[in-house]
Write a protein of this length. Sequence first.
Length: 192
Amino acid sequence: MLRAKTVWFKKEGERPAEEVATVLASTIWRLADKAVDNLSKANFDIVTPERGFKIIGELSCFLTHYVDRLAFERMDDSKRLNLVSAVGVRLAEIMEQNILDMTGGKTDPDYDYQDGYIDLLNRRMTDYSEFEFPEDKASFQALRFLSLMIREGMEKTDQTWIQDQLMDIEVPEMMGMVKKNMDGFYPEGRAS
């Protein structure tokens, strides 16, 4: 099980959105990366870095949307937008850095990794806005949509089983960790 810091020392005033976003984005990235590792250990065929980054991209977009859902009742719209935008920007930076690390610094002259991630994130934020997240949990439909987005990039032999692994095991555990992080920064019942 991945551990993440969920208790934060108090300091004067509220922490800046960029500081909180860095922690949330790092947690989201580590959770998504760990999920790819777990899927590999469960004998799912993740043979290419591209496939791994696609899975991380989809999972991190889902979890960023979840941060937005959790923030909705905890802060005003302006603060929520700043927080979620900062998380997205930080995840785009992390995505690019990890791709460059994997390729030895070689870039694709025809593709901007950060812009590509932000485009995906914006599409998924719209997609997930159509689904319910009752009581801080994702609906079956939201989880199914996420698993279908990941499923389409998997080998045929894994497509049936990947959905169960994601919906029943990986994603609920990741959501619990993200909620703990949010509760540490923005306790429930205290709108700001």
